[in-house]
Design a protein around this ligand. Sequence first.
Ligand code: SAM
Length: 240
Amino acid sequence: MTEANDDQQCQYSPKIIDQSYWNDRWLSGKIGFNRLTINKHFDKHILSKISNIDQQQCVLFPLCGKTVDMKAVLSAGHRVIGIEYVQLGVEAFFEETNIAHEILTDEENKCQIYQGIDRPVTIYCADFLTFNQPLPPIDWIFDRGGFVAVNVSEREQYRDRLLEVMTPKHTRLYLLASCYDESDFHGPPHCVSPEDIDRLFGESCSTKLVEAIDTTIEFNQHNNQKLRRMEEHLHLIIRK
Ligand SMILES: C[S@@+](CC[C@H](N)C(=O)[O-])C[C@H]1O[C@@H](n2cnc3c(N)ncnc32)[C@H](O)[C@@H]1O
């Protein structure tokens, strides 16, 4: 994942990233991670497949921001669930897509639920690490900028939330990871190696490295960096 047009993101990356870091980024418009076009991996591995399925599919986007990939799922007639804890991001998605919605509040869990009125979209304004809302069966998960965004110390907790919403042998989790020499750069995006994926998911899931792409030039240009190598890895993870 690259953080296009967000040159300063590295200068203000704290060692531990918390909600105020992401709030500040949304407030100051430093959201270079947001793209105007559909992600090519999402297009190839999820959108093209669900476009040929008649039965409504449910696609989950953890740490969704306002990604246009969600809009593409809706345009294909399928259902979207997103989780994003910065309210500005959730509101921007509904504003930019002009989707009428209502806002429900779960007082007990301190969670606001943005529910599309005539479109099948629900975005939970909540911390994914402690997310505990009941969800319908999830067919697909697209994780871009989610797993790589959380602190390394929170990866097990994040993995457990993903496992909880995955139906064994059914839900297809496509996870995009950034892989680089950590002496060159500190995230986000944090470095997640294939070994990290195996260690975290290997016991409970089958894992497959679907694509590994050299994105060094693009990353360095967009982030004003000089990394020797940056690879984007797409993993397919299915619960056993
Ligand atoms: C790098 S961005 C990726 C956004 C989106 N997936 C995309 O592809 O554009 C990470 C997003 O996750 C949100 N976020 C970070 N930690 C979170 C958490 N624990 N729970 C919910 N949202 C979180 C941030 O506010 C930010 O919008």
